[in-house]
Write a protein that binds this ligand. Structure first.
Ligand code: ZN
Length: 236
């Protein structure tokens, strides 16, 4: 396994539409090594998610962090379906756009159809921050960065965000911790994830534990463990 170099904004690989991985090639040694290296890279940078183009591999492969002790979620050729018209605004960052944060509005709940690293077809329905993270990562597969989707007036360097707070003193302040450092102001994000306050980790846990409003397919254990406790300011 190896820690891979992250491609930063401006590198052409981040603008390409990534190639699908033929399902019968998911178990090939080259793909499995890439999966393992991406998982190690994600852990090294303590990100919430990582897409293959971010490590200079233009293929449709995403890994998402899970709570401590749980295996990361591997998505090959993921396809998203919106499950609601509801939107959430969340502070996002990106390992390929280091040091910046901005508010991004995304769909609050999505279904993910993909293959896993075992070459099995999987379907998940997710909401809250994990739904935001998977949309962020799937955008990478289409050559789209979050800075194109964000409210540009909220674009802020993380250091300044911590020092001065959100631009204009918006009510949808960033909440909870960013990276591994505690944020001084745990103000609830009024819109992000639609939670009712409290530390972000608690809110995420609440969201993930909340019973879904529609029929949800299998893998609840893994779904429930996905990204639990991750903060909204993590880079993806
Ligand atoms: Zn990203």
């Amino acid at each position: 396994m190896a820690i891979l170099k992250i491609a930063c904004m401006g590198h052409p690989v981040l603008r390409e539409v990534a190639h699908p991985i033929p399902p019968d090639q998911i178990r090939d040694p080259g793909i499995l090594r890439l999966v393992a290296d991406m998982i190690e890279t994600l852990a090294e940078y303590e990100g919430a998610g990582l897409a293959a183009p971010q490590v200079h591999a233009s293929v449709r492969l995403v890994v998402l962090a899970a709570e401590e002790g749980a295996a990361p979620l591997v998505l090959v050729n993921p396809e998203l379906t919106w499950l609601t018209g509801d939107r959430v605004r969340t502070w996002e960052g990106c390992l390929s756009v280091p040091g910046l944060r901005a508010l991004v509005e995304r769909v609050a709940a999505v279904r993910v159809d993909a293959w896993n690293e075992a070459g099995e077809r999987i379907t998940l329905e997710i909401e809250g921050f994990p739904a935001v993270a998977v949309q962020h990562e799937c955008d990478h597969l289409d050559g789209v960065l979050y800075v194109e989707r964000c409210d540009p007036r909220t674009l802020t360097f993380l250091d300044e965000l911590r020092r001065f707070g959100p631009p204009g003193g918006r009510s949808d302040d960033p909440a909870g911790s960013g990276d591994d450092e505690a944020e001084p102001d745990p103000t609830p994000d009024a819109q992000g994830a639609g939670a009712e306050g409290g530390p972000v980790a608690d809110r995420l846990q609440g969201l993930l534990a909340r019973p879904p409003e529609r029929a949800v397919p299998p893998a609840p254990d893994r779904r429930a463990r996905l990204l639990r406790g991750r903060a909204v300011l993590h880079e993806n």
